[in-house]
Design a binder for this molecule. Structure first.
Ligand SMILES: O=C(O)CCC(=O)C(=O)O
Ligand SMILES: [Fe+2]
Length: 576
């Protein structure tokens, strides 16, 4: 069980805001997440964890079928064994005194019978294809059973690589079933590692191919019954990927090792000649260069070390957004103590009678842009109903192509989602309308409730929720203007990973079942606030469920009066 930080321990009512206290480092136990309900869904099973539960159902049918097949085979073999034993006994009897045996007409008859009808029956037993009916059984129920496709296998492998990179997971640790120091499963065999390497290879990802083929090799040395893969197979992939990574000498030595094991390996023979030629070409080029300027153009080891050292001390402003995103996902960037001190937690009632009895718990996560978290604003029974309604309608989440305005699937957004309308269930309506109390805006012009479930490595890379000027067509058909604000309900805890991170202001929000994050995407003058750029980190372990409510500009004119001025652009820590 992992611990998750939450900063609020004391909640103060509205009137006490000025004197409210910020508390740091209070740990709350996160609940390990159980997967959602088992229902429909479309292709691309790996994109939502909830859909993958159906694969366990498929596996259970396969296990039953295999047990049935083995049982039938055992029965067949037992009959054959009995028959052969009978034959042997009679034969032994006959061999003792052949003439005497055959002089008995019954024996003579039985011998003939054994070699005619009895043998026919045995022949039938031997040639009988018990397997066919079992395979036919699975094939006929294929319509009901969900089978993953090769695309699913590839998607799941790519997701694992993404997790490995984002969370800096060591290959050997992952192979042992350890994720971020937590032991989860029994681990991977050499053959499993080989398959991961092969998937990476098929994607042209030679970096991960090398990592996983190397791991396959290490695992193979440890495995007692080395049957899950073979050394020559690993060496072949390893050598070529090492070459593609630019290390010809190493690729050559691996190919030589392969040829020692399989001297007639045709591809290896061809590759060896090619690598040798490459090495020769390179060394004559280097000789020529040295002759010209008297020095080697390979960077000195010292220079390389300097580059690495330089990387380590990069400030966050110098980092790429990708680097910041990954650090935020790992929880490695946090707000300065001065900024944290000014963020408050308070009870709010907004003068609404119902909230006077049960006020919202509002936690400030950032000031500019203002991002707040409301705790305990969606209840377990509401979550269960919403998940149950959404899952049969799940579709791979889409993104808008900003040139064409078309919705399409993209690898930078991997999840499944469904839209729910208020009239479908009183809970959908309640959850939608509650947003009005949180935001003091109307949801009359808001989009329907978007329910999202993230599968293995599911994520959504940095993006804006609002449409930028160049995306003029984005919400045209809705006729309600741009997305003025976002309310993001968290409908699950996430055991590891799955944070919502803001890459321009360096904050990470960690999903907590029952909470909701709220922020304005647009400044009061209607311009998009680029500081709201955010992302959903890949889910490392657990299943992540969220629901989006996007509010639009229309109808908010008197609720959030616009100004001609922009909001101030400086954050209170002066970093942006
Ligand atoms: O799932 C999250 O944490 C964020 C999702 C998000 O940004 C979106 O759906 O637009
Ligand atoms: Fe978003």
């Amino acid at each position: 069980m992992l611990l998750q930080e939450t900063r609020c321990s004391i909640w103060l009512v509205d009137s006490n805001v000025v004197t409210s206290i910020r508390m740091n480092g209070i740990a709350t136990t996160m609940v390990i997440l159980l997967m959602g309900l088992l229902q429909g869904g479309d292709a691309e099973l790996y994109t939502a964890l909830a859909d993958m539960e159906e694969l366990l159902e498929t596996e259970s049918v396969l296990i039953d079928t295999l047990h049935g097949y083995i049982h039938a085979q055992e029965k067949r073999l037992a009959t054959l064994r009995r028959n052969v034993e009978d034959y042997a006994t009679e034969h032994k009897e006959a061999s003792r005194n052949i003439q005497q045996y055959l002089s008995n007409p019954i024996n003579a008859y039985l011998l003939v019978k054994r070699l005619t009808t009895d043998w026919k029956r045995i022949e039938e037993l031997i040639t009988q294809d018990v397997g066919k009916s079992f395979v036919a059984n699975i094939t006929s129920s294929r319509g009901d059973l969900k089978f993953p496709t090769d695309e699913d296998l590839n998607g799941a492998a790519v997701a694992l690589m993404r997790l490995q990179d984002t969370y800096k997971l060591e290959t050997a640790q992952v192979a042992r079933g350890v994720l971020n120091g937590v032991q989860y499963s029994t681990g991977l065999s050499a053959g499993d590692c080989f398959e991961l390497g092969r998937q990476s290879y098929n994607n042209g990802d030679y970096y991960h191919t090398v990592l996983w083929m190397q791991e396959a090799m290490d695992r193979l040395q440890e495995e007692q019954n080395r049957t899950t893969t073979t050394k020559p197979d690993i060496l072949e992939y390893l050598a070529f990927s090492t070459y593609m990574q630019g290390n010809v000498a190493r690729a050559l030595s691996m190919t030589n090792e392969l040829l020692e094991l399989v001297p007639t390996h045709q591809r290896a023979l061809g590759n060896r000649a090619y690598y040798q030629e490459e090495i020769q070409k390179k060394s004559s080029q280097t000789r020529r260069k040295r002759g010209e300027d008297g020095r080697d153009d390979v960077p000195a080891i010292k220079d390389q070390q300097f580059t690495v050292a330089e990387k380590k001390i990069k400030s966050w402003v110098e980092m790429t957004e990708r680097e910041r995103y990954e650090m935020l996902c790992r929880g490695e960037l946090s707000l300065s103590p001065e900024v944290q001190r000014n963020l408050k937690c308070r009870y709010v009632d907004r003068g609404i009678p119902f909230l006077k009895i049960a006020p919202f718990k509002e936690e400030e996560a950032y000031h500019d842009p203002r991002i707040v978290i409301y705790h305990d604003v969606i209840y377990d029974d509401e979550i269960e109903v919403i998940k149950r309604l959404a899952q049969p309608r799940f579709k791979r989440a889409t993104v808008q192509n900003y040139k064409t305005g078309e919705l399409e699937i993209a690898n930078y957004r991997i999840s499944k989602s469904a839209w729910l309308q208020e009239h479908e269930h009183k809970y959908v309506k309640a959850v939608s309308r509650r947003v009005e109390h949180m935001t003091s805006m109307t949801v009359d012009t808001a989009e329907e409730l978007q329910v999202v479930n993230y599968g293995i490595g599911g994520h959504y890379e940095p993006h804006f929720d609002f449409a930028r000027r160049e995306e003029a067509n984005a919400f045209k058909s809705l006729g309600t203007g741009n997305r003025i604000a976002t309310v993001l309900y968290y409908m699950s805890d996430v055991e590891q990973g799955g944070g919502t991170v803001f890459t321009a202001i360096n904050i990470s929000l960690w999903p907590r079942k029952g909470s909701a994050a709220f922020w304005y995407n647009l400044k009061p003058n209607g311009e998009g606030d680029y500081k709201t750029r955010h992302a959903a980190c890949p889910v490392l372990t657990g299943s992540k469920w969220v629901a989006n409510k996007w509010l639009h500009e229309r109808g908010q004119e008197f609720l959030r009066p616009c100004t001609l001025e922009n909001q101030p652009t400086d954050t209170d820590d002066g970093r942006y």
